[in-house]
Every structure is written in structure tokens, then in C-alpha cells.
Design a binder for this molecule. Structure first.
Ligand code: KG4
Ligand code: ZN
Length: 329
């Protein structure tokens, strides 16, 4: 059995995990910095990297202890090398190098976006290729055609705000706090989608755009002036409905066009119940969706992604660097 230690520190979660054979989660420890950053309304890069420094060793020790795995039982160390915040990435990469060097283990640098996709390998039925991957996070809204392990073709991406970024910005306009995604989802439950907000269909393209929708919410909030709880809930519900409508319609259309075997949801926004349920409802193709805890940033997905690279004979040299602007496909 191959046990891979994964380390994730690309943004504001310090995470470590041990996964067996790329699919069985033995431990998955996440130390969130959300409370620390919420007072600033978003992630402060320098605060994030300092917090990673404080948390990374305890988080990693906890991951090994929970997995009942000792250093000599590990097969490899995988860590996120990008995309992400440079100072944050450096912490995880350097710790991974030290561990790999001192225990003579292969070192595997992982693309954070690829890792999000591999969260779909951690539960239930194994995905089959070709698969259409929708990655919706704080920094990305990508539609990726995956034809095999490590084979990606990017069909579309956001032209402006990422889906999660739009949730976060709209939440700020509505006074719902940070992070915005869960706050919008919660407020929506009390509201009705009574406002028709614009959808950017961008016909003949698999790209997304959310800035028009975000601006429409801003205008509506300005027109309404002081908003009570139910007004906020109605706007949140209307925004969520519009964002989900576009994400689902475009993903299902691309999935049919490329005749894929399944749709794989991933990234923090994939934790959204409305998105998960609507995708399942409207797609004639099977939809795989990791548990919410595996959609948001975690290290189990990094271990899984690293395992499949290891399986294909890949590992990285000691001088591997962080790549803050790394892309996929
Ligand atoms: O994947 P992730 O944890 O970190 C990045 O790689 O960016 O995604 C974070 C994003 C944030 O924008 C957050 O507001 C959003 O995912 N998010 C959600 C939900 N949970 C997290 N958006 C909508 N509904 C949710 N339940
Ligand atoms: Zn992420």
C-alpha cells in the first residue's frame, strides 16, 4: 500500500493529510485562518504566510498521528506548488522538502487546481474518462476536459471574477461578512429569488463572466438603500440562482458536446448545495461531487493528486520552486 503525505498551504488553510493508494483518506487535518482574515474582509497575504509557519508542523504531526502512520511507512511527500500566494506556498514547499530529504522520500509538486479535481477520487465510485471538470473556487472558474490521469484540456475560464470571488464580493455588498460563499448560501435559504439578475451566457464560448452579475447586485443594493434581513435574503437568493444557473447550463452543454462519461465538481463553490443539486437535476450525465469538506482547500486532494503522479513514475527535483501563477490545461 502506498501512503502519501500531502501538504497544502496555497492560501488561508494550513492542511496535511495521509491518503492510501490515492483513494483512502487515513487523515485530513485542516487549520483554517478564516477568523484571522475575516476582520480584514479578505485574505492578507503576509498574515497568511506567518500563520502557516505557526501551524504547519502541528498540523502535519496531527495528520500522521490520526492516520497511525510513522515516517518510515510513507511512500512520498506531495505539496502544492501553485497557483496561490507566494509566501504561503513557500512554507508548505519548504517543509515538504525537509521531510522528503530527511526520510529519503520522493518529492511531488502538485498543481492546486489538479488537486481540486482529484478530490473526486477520495470517495465513492472511481471517475471514468473522459470527464468534464468544473473547478469553481475563490480564484478560478475553469471548465477542463480530462481525458486521462494528467491529461487536461482547458475549454473555458472566467473572463473577470472567479465564481467564489463573486460570492465573496456580493456578500460584502450585502453586509454578510467573509467568506461570502457559505454566508450567501445560508442567507438564500431564508429568501426568495424574486429579482431577475443578468446571466452572461457568452454564447459559442465555454468561458464564464460574473462581473456583470456582481455589478447588478451592487446597483440593486444602492437603489434599495437600507436593507432589512429579508431584503438581503431575497437578493442573496437571486444572486445564487443566477450564478448557479450559468454554471450548470454551460457545464451540462459542454459535457453533452464532448460526450463525457461524467461531470466532476470541485473547488470551494462546489460545496454549495444549490449548485450540487441543480447540476444533478439538470445533467443527463452522472455528476460526482466530493463532500463539502473535500471541495474547499484540504491536503487529502493533494495526496491523491501526488499519488497518481507517483504511479506514472513522476517525481520532482530538490530545486523545485513555487509557481504562484500555475495554470491547468
Ligand atoms: O477552493 P477554495 O477553498 O479556495 C481556493 O482555492 O480559492 O475556495 C474558496 C471559495 C471562496 O470564494 C468561498 O466563498 C467559496 O469558495 N465557497 C462557497 C461555499 N463554500 C466556499 N461558495 C458558495 N457556496 C458555498 N457553500
Ligand atoms: Zn482551492
Amino acid at each position: 500500500m502506498s501512503k502519501v503525505l500531502g501538504i497544502e498551504s496555497s492560501c488561508d488553510e494550513t492542511a496535511a493529510a495521509v491518503v492510501a493508494d490515492g483513494r483512502e483518506v487515513l487523515s485530513n487535518v485542516v487549520a483554517s485562518q478564516v477568523e484571522l482574515h475575516s476582520r480584514y474582509g479578505g485574505v492578507v497575504p503576509e498574515v497568511a504566510s506567518r500563520q502557516h509557519l505557526l501551524a504547519v508542523i502541528p498540523v502535519m504531526s496531527q495528520a500522521l498521528a490520526q492516520a497511525h502512520v510513522s515516517w518510515h511507512e510513507l511512500s512520498a511527500v506531495a505539496m502544492t506548488i501553485g497557483p496561490g500566494l507566494v509566501g504561503s506556498l513557500l512554507v508548505g514547499v519548504n517543509v515538504a522538502k525537509a521531510i522528503a530529504l530527511s526520510h529519503s522520500l520522493p518529492l511531488i509538486g502538485v498543481n492546486h487546481l489538479e488537486a481540486h479535481i482529484y478530490a473526486n477520487w477520495l470517495e465513492g465510485k472511481e471517475p471514468s474518462f473522459p470527464a468534464l471538470c468544473l473547478i469553481v473556487s475563490g480564484g478560478h472558474s475553469d471548465l477542463i476536459l480530462m481525458t486521462g490521469h494528467g491529461n487536461y484540456h482547458r475549454l473555458g475560464q472566467t473572463r473577470d471574477d472567479a465564481a467564489g470571488e463573486a460570492f465573496d464580493k456580493v456578500a460584502r455588498v450585502l453586509g454578510l461578512g467573509y467568506p461570502g460563499g457559505p454566508a450567501i448560501e445560508q442567507a438564500s435559504r431564508e429568501g426568495t429569488a424574486r429579482h431577475h439578475l443578468p446571466r452572461a451566457w457568452l454564447r459559442d464560448s465555454d468561458d464564464f463572466s460574473f462581473s456583470g452579475l456582481k455589478t447588478a447586485v451592487l446597483r440593486l443594493a444602492q437603489e434599495l438603500g437600507t436593507m432589512d434581513r429579508s431584503t438581503v435574503a431575497d437578493i442573496a437568493a437571486s444572486f445564487q440562482e443566477a450564478a448557479v444557473d450559468v454554471l450548470v447550463a454551460k457545464t451540462v452543454e459542454a459535457a453533452k458536446r464532448h460526450q463525457v462519461n461524467c461531470i466532476l465538481l470541485s473547488g470551494g463553490v462546489a460545496a454549495n448545495l444549490a449548485l450540487r443539486e441543480t447540476m444533478e437535476l439538470r445533467s443527463p450525465i452522472p455528476v460526482l461531487r466530493p463532500s463539502p469538506i473535500l471541495c474547499t482547500d484540504n491536503a487529502a486532494m493533494v495526496s491523491a493528486s501526488g499519488y497518481f503522479r507517483l504511479l506514472s513514475g513522476q517525481s520532482d527535483p530538490w530545486n523545485i520552486d513555487v509557481r504562484p501563477n500555475l495554470r491547468l490545461g
